[in-house]
Design a protein around this ligand. Structure first.
Ligand code: ADP
Ligand code: MG
Length: 385
């Protein structure tokens, strides 16, 4: 669906035209995984699959929400009931209501509003449909309320919605990517300084394609493993006497490893430190126009996530291994792990072959058939009309 169809759905649902249509994209992270809560570096790009949100001012005293992907599940919540933990905000509408609540927490008064969501981003595939919904909502409701807001502010408000309203302790990467990415670019986001820089990333110009393999294995960040990784990182930082693991460089790594008491903490540290280094190396290659050379860094990132950070799974590993054997230049899991998606950097003329190889490998293993998508770097959250 696009701008016109979400407007039509709004008109059919609420009997008038929306005051605006807004959109925000999903994202994949090219490299820099599990670094965003360690003050580290990430390198995501927004993808050409978006959540569209039609919005209209109302004077009902309530927020009314519909989603094209949840037919029949209309949600109407009085403004006074838009707070974390309220029974009125359970389920998927919480992503939109949380964004509105988080906006209110910045001291900006919010009026009632009618919303229709329509998203092309598959939910739970590791492509960050949740951040797109949150960013689109922050942008829509702030614009309708007359607040103009820069992308990083939108991202911070959206992240707070996910952390403190939905209750998922994610880092800042997803919302920042959805809000601040530029078309044809990856976003170098330094989560320690908060600085962002768009760096040209144009696979098509090099006859390359980024293929996303959605393993169809539901990742659930709320199920505890993500929280355990964060806790391990905090513990390692405490033992090493640093505020965040970002402060440990590859040069410091041997000495830092020798100070940690057990193998698990040592492996967690090694992943975070080497991953930050791989992001820097990737950026150097991209700046030099050497996109075809980044493959080994992607693949090394996957090995580190699999062996040191223990966040991969059989399906992710099979997708990576098969893609590489079939001719991908590099491949890695993207997102939190335990399922979700793999990205592979593939010579465009081999894309069908790589995709078919992964599908057949999954069948051979008895896994659910994966869903394949080609993605290209797209624009962050924007007003459509
Ligand atoms: P991801 O962000 O990786 O897609 P999450 O579990 O963080 O996965 O977020 C997915 C959740 O976001 C869904 O379960 C649903 O609650 C909400 N969501 C995403 N897209 C839509 C949509 N189009 N309509 C309603 N809810 C949605
Ligand atoms: Mg999410």
């Amino acid at each position: 669906m696009n701008t016109t169809t979400v407007s039509d759905l709004f008109r059919r649902s609420y009997g008038r035209k929306p005051d605006g249509v807004f959109s925000a994209p999903g994202r994949v992270n090219l490299i820099g995984e599990h670094t965003d809560y360690n003050g580290g570096l990430v390198l995501p790009f927004a993808i050409d699959a978006r959540a569209h949100l039609a919005a209209g001012r109302a004077d009902s005293g309530a927020i009314r929400i519909m989603s094209a992907q949840k037919p029949g599940e209309f949600s109407q919540v009085h403004l006074d009931d838009v707070r974390p933990g309220s029974p009125a905000v359970a389920g998927w509408p919480g992503y939109l209501l949380g964004a509105i609540w988080s906006l209110q927490q910045t001291g900006r008064p919010i009026e009632s509003v009618d919303l229709v969501l329509d998203s092309q981003i598959p939910a739970g595939a590791g492509l960050s449909s949740s951040a797109a919904v949150e960013c689109a909502t922050v942008l829509a409701v702030s614009a309708l309320s007359g607040y103009s807001m820069d992308p990083l502010t939108i991202a911070r408000i959206a992240q707070r919605a996910e952390n403190d309203f939905v209750g998922v302790p994610c880092g800042p990467m997803d919302q920042t990517a959805s809000a601040a990415c530029a078309e044809g670019s990856v976003l170098l986001f330094d989560t320690r300084s908060g600085s962002t820089e768009n760096i040209s990333f144009d696979p098509a110009a090099h006859d390359l394609t980024v293929l996303v393999v959605d393993t169809q294995v539901a990742h659930s960040l709320a199920d505890g493993e993500y929280g355990k990784r964060r806790t391990s990182c905090e513990l390692a930082a405490e033992i090493l006497g640093v505020t965040q693991l970002r402060e440990v460089t590859v040069d410091d790594l041997p000495a830092a490893l020798s100070k940690l008491p057990d193998d698990e903490l040592r492996r967690r540290l090694r992943h975070v430190v080497t991953e930050n280094d791989r992001v820097e190396s990737t950026v150097e290659l991209l700046r030099a126009g050497r996109i075809t050379d980044i493959g080994p860094l992607l693949t090394a990132s996957h090995a580190s996530l699999r062996d040191d950070y223990d966040v991969s799974c059989a399906e992710l590993d099979a997708a990576v291994d098969t893609a590489l054997t079939a001719g991908a230049l590099g491949a890695r899991m993207t997102g939190g792990g335990f399922g979700g998606s793999v990205i592979a950097l593939v010579p465009t003329d081999l894309t069908d072959h790589v995709g078919a190889a992964v599908v057949s490998a999954f069948a051979g293993h008895g896994f659910r058939p994966p869903v394949l998508r080609r993605v290209s770097p797209a624009q962050g959250a924007r007003r459509e009309n």
